[in-house]
Each structure stands twice: as C-alpha cells, then as structure tokens.
Design a protein around this ligand. Structure first.
Ligand code: AMP
Length: 588
C-alpha cells in the first residue's frame, strides 16, 4: 500500500478523530488545539487496531500519535497488565514518553511505568507487582525483567518501537527480536523511526502485519513558493528557551513579530515572561473569544503591542501587513507548517526574518525543513552577555546622540559647570553615560550554556563492536566489568578500526581527542558526537571510534581537525560541565 502523506490542508479536531472524552479533556487541559499531521494520519488506523510503520522525528508529536490511540483502545485499568509495552532507546526517552503517556491518560487513571537501567530495580519490581497499564522501557532492562519473570507479557495487546533506528544503532536489534517473540502473536505493533533504512524494513517485515505506512518527509513545496526570508536558528535546551528568546529579541529589536508556540499554556506563559522583560506582548490562542482576539489585533496594528504570541490555530487567517519577524519558539510539528508560518513575512518584496529555536533533539527536523525549502538555515550562537552589553551600549550611545542633536539641554548646564570646577569634563560625561546605561537595562543575567546537537552516535553495523552503553547488570553470561570502557565503533567511512582498546594511538590521518569527562560524569557517545558536531564544523561522518572510560573519553577524528575542535570545545558544556579537551598524548 502506498504510504500516506499527511497534508496540512484539512484539519480535523481531536474529537473528529473519535478519541474518547477522557482523552479529549486531558488534551484540552494540556492546551493542545488540534492534532499535528502525524497524529491526524496515525490515530485513526491505530484506533482501528492496525499495525503501523511511521517515519517521524522528535518534535512532530509522534508520542501522542501512538499514545492516544493505545490509551483509547486498550481496556485501561482492567487487570494487572501490562496492556502495552513501549520500547525506547534511552532512559531519558523512557522518562519523557512515560510522562507524556501519564499526562494523556490522567483522566483514565492510566498506570504508566518507565523502566530503565540505572534505576533501583526494587522500585520497579514493586510497581510491576502492583499492576500497570503501560510499560515504557529500554530494551536491556525490559529483557532483564522478562528473564526474572517480573515483566509478564501475556496480556500485552500493543507494542511500540519508538525511535527504532536509534535502538538499532545502539545494538538492541537482538533484544528487540527477543522481546517481540515473548509477546502474544495477535498484538498490535507500531514502529516509529526517524529514518527507514533496510534494517528497519527487516524488523517491519518480521514483526509487523500489513502495516499502514505514514511518512512525513515526503512533503514538498513547489519550487519558488518557499518564501525569501532571512532564516536563522538557535540551538538551545528547553530550560533556557525563554531566556534565549529574550536575548535574541533584544538584539533583533523587531518592529512587529509573531511568536509561535504549540500550546495555549505556552502562549500564556511566554507572553507573561516577555512582558516581564519589557516587551509589549499579547497572547492569542483558540481559547479566547472573538472580542479578546480583536482587541489583540487592534493593539498590534496600532503599534501598542510589539509582539503577538500565538498558536498555529489562532494565527490562521491572521493578516498583519507590518510583520517583520516570525519566531518559531516551538518548532512546528511538520516542515510544511514551517513554510506556512514564515510565509507571513517577506511578502511582496519586503524583507522578513524568521527565527527558530531548536531543542537539541529536534535538530533532525531542521534538516527536514531545509530539504523541503531547499534553503540552508544557519545555526547561530545565542547572544552572550557580552553581546547584550554591546547592544545596550550602542542603544545608550544612540540615545545620547539624539539628545545632543535635539538640543534643549541648557537646564542641565549648571550641573556640568559646577562639577567641572572639581572634575575633568570627560570624567563627568563618562559618569552620565554610566547612569544612562544602567537606567536602560534589565538586571544582569547568567550566561546560557551552548546546547550540543543530539545526534545519534556513529552507527554500529551489525553489532561488530561491543556496544554496551547500558547500565543494566551483566546478563546472559556477558560478564562485563562494571567499569570497563565502553567502545563504539565508528562508521567505515569515519575510520573505524578493528576492536583495539584504549592502547592504540593515532591511525593514518586520524588522531584522537582526549576529553576529560567520562562515565563518572554520565557521558555517553551521543553527548560527545553532539558536542563535537555542534561546536565545530565536523559532521557525524568525521567521527570515528569513541571510547569512554571512567574519567575521560577518547574520540577518533581527522588529525587536521583536532586543534580546531579543542578550541571549539572551550566554550561548550557537556552534561552541564565544561570539558577539558586536548589532543591525546602518544604513549610510548
Ligand atoms: P514529540 O514529537 O512526541 O516529542 O512531541 C513534541 C512536543 O509537541 C511535545 O512537547 C508535545 O507535548 C507537543 N505536542 C504533541 N502534540 C501536540 C499537539 N497536537 N498540539 C500541541 N502540542 C503538541
């Protein structure tokens, strides 16, 4: 069957998708206004019990795309369970997905349990024994529990493989096969993956029955319709987004901007934050009545407000002639909606600017947008405190210049003249500038840490190397010393070497970078790949073998790039810490 390509034209509501009232209430409480394209495409077949093979990256709303129909369809709370098993590659994702399912299933009192390596097993055992509806697990830990008999899969009616390509890259293929064979054969199986290479097709062939296919990346805009707008992106962790936006706006000083958020809650919260920063920001969302919305529009048109913070739904049909900037505070859920959003500026030959804040995990979506529009989006540094000071000084200078030019200063002359008896006129001028500068600005801020791109570590082909980045205890006879270095083989093109340990130095044309953070600091391969590709001009392909020991890590890179990477990493943080980085010293 040909894959479905969700379109942005028709927009049924969550209620139109047939979801039960408890779920609709939960979604309204969360401030979701309408389903994202992947949700529109995936929810109906999944509610009908079909298997599904979906291509979707983080940021598209894929979690709700599988979570909502499962919560809708399965008899939540009916027995000890579990009714659904969601497999994810990392503990972070296990926590994130289980929190999301918990929020969606709140009104149904769904019991959702994350289980992952590194968490005390006792707590997991107690929770499993008490009965659960949904288990969200990393494959290693799930297998441990299956082996111990503490995770019984007899009542599982649905299995989700989330970020399947990443699970394969982390070497979980066999574990996934083993887990799936332990589940009832009549179960529903859902596979989501950012990419659909042959290895994913194999899993799909083996474990999915007549799946519906949903692809997001097939969208295209016809040539010439992509708007000509200066596009900039900033990579920033979720926790720092509001502060980062404040800074970007301070530097950009837009005359009239629309800032897009995903939910009503975010719209209200961000409008408040921006008002606190001195902007005249208005909230606009689908929860407001027509009168309120008209008032907002009048304020924006008349210049009484500088910014409108809006959801996509509320902004639909909104036509503001004077808009100079479109800001994607939240990444749009599909590349096509990015094009719709930014099409609001840069019309009729006017110059417009589009600014996008990208969370590290959403990096892949940005690439999807670039493919769709055929335009490169440059990732820029979030303005630093020094940039903000420079901008404030410039504003102060411009203000003083204006005051000099406008004249009418005579009433202040006496102040300068009396001070000039005791002080140099230059000193007096400097003090006046200082006062003007201090009066112009907000409180001092803290530096926002650079966020590394979270891209997958160089993939490991067919478990050629011992990739054991799992905190699960040694199992099935694979006694690995708890403190043995973790190794990840590089891609063939990335100069992967045979299974040498930490002993060897550089190979031809390649050297190793020493990074003074290791397993003790919670470092994993994707942290290193993310920091290096995020901070330097290298791509994931340039990165070879990665070895992680307790206190340090070694990363194989093109020899000529090491000095640049060392320099680039000086401003980076990895897992909240500043890495010490240098070329690996050769040992004799
Ligand atoms: P995901 O791609 O599943 O990681 O979701 C990305 C983000 O979008 C999460 O913060 C979700 O809470 C949010 N989200 C998912 N679906 C919707 C929706 N229909 N409307 C607004 N926000 C959504």
């Amino acid at each position: 069957m040909p894959p479905t390509t969700p379109s942005d034209e028709t927009s049924p509501s969550f209620a139109d998708l047939g979801l039960r009232p408890e779920l609709l209430r939960a979604l309204a409480d969360l401030g979701y206004e309408e389903p994202t394209p992947i949700q529109r495409a995936a929810i109906p077949p999944l509610r009908a019990g079909r298997d599904l093979l979906g291509q979707a990256a983080t940021g598209t709303g894929k979690t709700a795309a599988f979570a909502l129909p499962l919560l809708d369809r399965l008899p939540i709370g009916a027995g000890p369970g579990p009714l659904a098993l969601v497999l994810v590659p990392t503990r972070e994702l296990a926590i994130q997905v289980s929190e999301a399912m918990h929020r969606y299933g709140r009104q149904l009192h769904a019991r959702v349990l994350p289980i992952y390596g590194g968490q005390p097993i006792g707590r997991q055992l107690r929770a499993l024994a008490g009965g659960v509806d949904v288990v969200v697990a990393t494959p290693g830990r799930a297998l441990d529990h299956i082996g111990r008999g503490t995770l019984r899969l007899g009542s599982v009616g649905a299995v989700v493989l989330d970020e399947a390509d990443e699970m394969l890259d982390l070497g979980f293929a066999e574990d996934i096969d083993a887990i799936l064979s332990a589940t009832p054969s009549g179960r529903q199986t859902v596979l989501f993956s950012a990419t659909l290479p042959a290895r994913i097709a194999r899993i799909a062939r083996q474990h999915l029955t007549d799946p519906v296919r949903v692809e997001l990346e097939r969208e295209s805009v016809s040539a010439g319709t992509a708007p000509l707008v200066a596009q900039r992106a900033f990579l920033v962790a979720r926790a720092h987004k509001a502060a980062a936006l404040g800074r970007v706006l301070d530097i950009e000083a837009p005359a009239a901007a629309i800032v897009f958020c995903r939910t009503r809650e975010e719209v209200d919260a961000l409008a408040e934050t921006l008002n606190g920063r001195g902007y005249r920001a208005e909230a606009l969302h689908g929860g407001m009545n027509q009168e309120q919305r008209d008032r907002v529009m009048t304020r924006l048109r008349s210049g009484t407000a500088d910014l409108v913070v809006a959801t996509d739904v509320a902004a639909r049909g909104l036509d503001i002639e004077a808009l100079t900037h479109v800001v994607n505070y939240d990444m749009p859920a599909a590349a096509a909606s990015y094009v719709h959003r930014i099409g609001r500026v840069g019309r009729a030959g006017r110059e417009g600017v589009a600014i996008t804040l990208v969370e590290p995990r959403e990096h892949r979506m940005l690439r999807g947008i670039e493919r769709l529009t055929g335009q490169r989006i440059h990732i820029e540094q979030i303005p630093t405190i020094a940039d903000l000071r420079a901008r404030r000084l410039e504003t102060t200078r411009a203000g003083l210049q204006e005051a000099v030019l406008s004249g009418d200063l005579d009433q202040f002359r006496v102040v300068v003249e009396t001070l000039a008896d005791d002080y140099d006129v230059m000193e007096i001028a400097l003090a006046a500038v200082k006062l003007a500068y201090e009066a112009s600005g907000a409180a001092e801020e803290e530096e926002i840490p650079a966020a590394p791109v979270v891209e997958r570590a160089a993939p490991v082909v067919e478990r050629a190397a011992p990739v054991v980045e799992r905190a699960a205890p040694a199992r099935r006879g694979q006694a690995r010393s708890a403190r043995a270095p973790v190794r990840v083989a590089g891609r063939p093109g990335g100069g992967a070497r045979g299974g040498s340990g930490l002993e060897s130095g550089s190979t031809q044309g390649r050297s190793r970078l020493f990074v003074g953070l290791g397993r003790d600091a919670g470092i994993n391969p994707s942290d290193l790949v993310g920091a290096i590709t995020g901070e330097s001009g290298l791509s994931g392909r340039d990165i070879g073998a990665i070895e992680i020991a307790d206190r340090f890590s070694l990363v194989e890179l093109p020899a000529a790039s090491i000095d640049d990477v060392v320099k680039a990493l000086r401003n980076a943080t990895i897992r909240g810490r500043r890495p010490r980085a240098r070329r690996e010293r050769e040992r004799g």
